[in-house]
Design a protein around this ligand. Structure first.
Ligand code: KG4
Ligand code: ZN
Length: 331
């Protein structure tokens, strides 16, 4: 069975073809235009999706060497995300579904991130713990089986990716901030600044990152510009370390408390090299099997959406044409 995946929830326009859980193509255009504004501008995101959607779908089909008429179904993100951005992918999928006479299914973006690891690593065993760390989410789920998810931890304010993005802005770096902070951290001393590892009052597992950003802001306030420029690698490395330590601390607590050894980490922040290094150390110390997706599957992409929708289409489920884009969709 061949499934076309479409993703347009934020600032990546992506299309993918999978056949029997095998990824044949995954074409993603990242909208770099937002770097001029220090964050994603919703109206611009929708317009860019509109410009790019035909190109990515066409390229995904060609690169997979399949005939458009052989596609059996379409899986498309219908939430969570930016309403206008979601509408572009969703309406395109509806149009193709009508034109080709095939079913389409709306997929939850977060479920897609859960699948970005399942599809690559057959050795992941249920139940496993899944940390989704992106620009919009920082959540830890217990995945009992496909479709059976329990939320164990959430952020009470900013997401970890947002902490990278806002921290980068304070440091005068461009958007998206995660890769920029990672680049600047090279050779930096991660103990140079003692940033807090924030905890949430009354909750053992939840995250809070807005205070960390504020402590960076106060730290920078007392420094002159040259001092910041001269030490930016140390400051960036210390800030990055505080985010990563916080994430790994919660993972460590949760895996111990639930006695689960399999961990999947997904979302844009999963691309971070230092995060991967420190996870490797934790996995050795605590006897955990920690899985990261391939880099192209960390950030938003249609491959993970196609994977998440595949089984549903195979089982005969389909969405109605009146399905609406849902910016606040939860799992
Ligand atoms: O999953 P994603 O592509 O989109 C959302 O659903 O949000 O994640 C984007 C987020 C951004 O906040 C970006 O700064 C962060 O992932 N990110 C990184 C890295 N690459 C992307 N954060 C840290 N290190 C990276 N290498
Ligand atoms: Zn995402």
């Amino acid at each position: 069975m061949i499934v076309l995946g479409i993703e347009s929830s934020c600032d990546e326009t992506s299309a993918s073809i999978i056949r029997d859980y095998k990824l044949l193509s995954n074409i993603t255009i990242s909208q770099e235009i937002h770097s001029d504004f220090g964050g994603v501008v919703p109206e611009i995101a929708s317009r860019e999706h509109q410009k790019n959607i035909i190109y990515v779908v066409d390229k995904a089909i060609k690169e997979a060497s399949v005939d458009i008429n052989d596609i059996n179904g379409i899986a498309v993100t219908y939430g969570a995300g930016l309403k206008g951005a979601l509408l572009v992918g969703l309406n395109f999928a509806k149009g193709m579904s009508i034109a080709l006479g095939i079913p389409y299914i709306g997929v939850n973006h977060l479920e897609g991130h859960l699948f970005s690891n399942i599809m690559e690593n057959e050795e992941i065993d249920f139940p496993f713990i899944s940390l989704i760390v992106s620009g919009g989410h920082t959540q830890i789920w217990k995945v009992n089986s496909i479709g059976d998810y329990v939320l164990l931890a959430n952020t009470v304010d900013d997401a970890a990716g947002e902490a990278f993005d806002k921290g980068a802005r304070l440091l005068g770096l461009s958007y998206p901030g995660g890769p920029e902070i990672q680049k600047k951290s090279k050779g930096g001393d991660c103990n140079y600044v003692d940033f807090p590892r924030p905890k949430v009052k009354g909750s053992k597992y939840d995250f809070s990152f807005s205070g960390l950003k504020t402590s960076l802001m106060y730290y920078l306030k007392d420094l002159d510009e040259n001092m910041i420029l001269d030490n930016i690698n140390h400051i960036a490395a210390s800030y990055q370390e505080a985010i990563i330590d916080t994430l790994l601390n919660r993972l460590s607590l949760i895996t111990k408390d639930h006695n689960i050894n399999y961990v999947s980490i997904a979302g844009g922040v999963a691309a971070n090299k230092r995060f991967r290094e420190k996870s490797e150390i934790l996995s050795k110390e605590s006897n955990l099997n920690i899985f990261f997706p391939d880099f192209q599957l960390c950030t938003d992409n249609a491959g993970m959406i196609a994977m998440a929708g595949y089984q549903k289409i195979k089982d005969g489920y389909k969405s109605d044409l009146d399905l609406e884009a849902n910016p606040n969709l939860s799992l």
